[in-house]
Design a protein around this ligand. Structure first.
Ligand SMILES: [Zn+2]
Length: 167
């Protein structure tokens, strides 16, 4: 494999090609700044790579245009693709799960639940206090009953063992 230029010490930032929507969503779930648009052109993607993002694609021809900044994934299950990236870029070291909007990549901000009453189910509102809001799409996120399942998913995506990253 060709050598990639990695800037150690800071979390990697990514840009995914149009075919990798699910990979982009998973990377955001893990907290990584990941650009994804279903209409991004090859030139736009390469432009972002020149400014320090790592390009992720299934297209080998794209990699040939900027070998040091592009990773080619084989077409397989998105979870396996992310595990591959995790091993390559030590994602477990930098991961910050649940801190980025899955739909628009913005870091989320804590929000006062009284101010987003209409977006939270009544039951959840009653027993939970920690809520986060995406400043762009205004979607509200919380660690509810789905949290243990999501946690398992995250551990799986990072390819680490539960023991090492327990509590
Ligand atoms: Zn959002």
């Amino acid at each position: 494999m060709k050598r990639l230029c990695i800037r150690w010490g800071r979390p990697p930032r990514f840009v995914c090609d149009v075919h990798l929507a699910k990979v982009a969503k998973y990377l955001r779930l893990l907290g990584f700044d990941t650009v994804y648009r279903n209409d991004i052109t090859d030139d736009e993607l390469l432009g972002m790579c020149r400014f320090g993002r790592i390009g992720i694609t299934c297209d080998r021809r794209l990699q040939e245009r900027l070998p040091g900044s592009i990773v080619v994934l084989s077409c397989e299950d998105a979870g396996r693709q992310v595990r591959r990236l995790s091993a390559m870029f030590h994602l477990a070291r930098y991961a910050h799960p649940f801190h980025r909007s899955l739909c628009c990549n913005r870091p989320m901000v804590p929000c006062d639940k009284r101010r987003c009453l209409s977006k939270i189910p009544k039951e959840t509102y009653r027993w939970l206090d920690g809520f986060w809001r995406c400043p762009k799409c205004q979607k509200v996120y919380w660690h509810g009953t789905h949290a243990p399942r999501m946690r398992k998913k995250i551990i799986d995506l990072l390819g680490v063992s539960e023991k090492v990253h327990g509590n």
